[in-house]
Unconditional design. Structure first.
Length: 177
């Protein structure tokens, strides 16, 4: 997450200090002022997600290129199916399995990065709570927040497993005997 710290500071320097296009930090509720809320969330979202989005895009591309070389894809083309149908109905579905795996793993990275990003951009949230609890040596709060974060990672991994069985019916959830 060192890249998120660097990118966050760089974004503040360029878009807030240099150009004056975006507010540097803070938080406004979406219900209170939707435009200001979106403007305040642009830089944190970009700093946290741009590297992860690049990884997912690269993974999808390589997985899709691999699946497009399969025999059943050539068979679909030979049967006269349109390219759009072959790619979206057959190839994309099978190439999403590794992408779903990576996105589930990236969720833990996002949770870890939230602590840093919320501190840099002064956003009140669980990351800011953990940071201030660490500074105050309030260990029960830190433990509770870390447990909540770990529980959410477990839930996301469970949802990834369920998504596997939706994408590929050959994969069974629960290990039938």
């Amino acid at each position: 997450m060192a890249s998120a710290v660097w990118l966050g500071i760089l974004l503040i320097l360029i878009f807030s200090v240099g150009l004056g296009w975006l507010p540097p930090s803070g938080f406004v509720s979406l219900a209170e002022n939707p435009v200001r809320s979106v403007l305040l969330m642009l830089m944190p979202a970009l700093a946290l997600g741009i590297r992860l989005a690049a990884e997912l895009t690269r993974m999808l591309r390589s997985s899709l290129l691999e699946v497009l070389q399969s025999d059943y894809i050539r068979t679909g083309y030979a049967k006269g199916l349109m390219e759009r149908a072959v790619v979206f109905k057959h190839a994309l579905r099978n190439s999403l399995i590794p992408v779903i795996t990576i996105s589930g793993l990236q969720f833990a990275t996002l949770i870890g990065g939230v602590v840093i990003i919320e501190t840099i951009f002064s956003i009140p949230g669980i990351g800011q709570l953990v940071y201030s609890a660490i500074l105050a040596r309030d260990f029960p709060v830190v433990q509770g927040a870390v447990m909540m974060m770990a529980f959410s990672v477990v839930i996301i991994n469970f949802m990834v497993d369920i998504t596997y069985s939706i994408l590929d019916p050959r994969i069974k959830v629960g290990g039938e005997r």
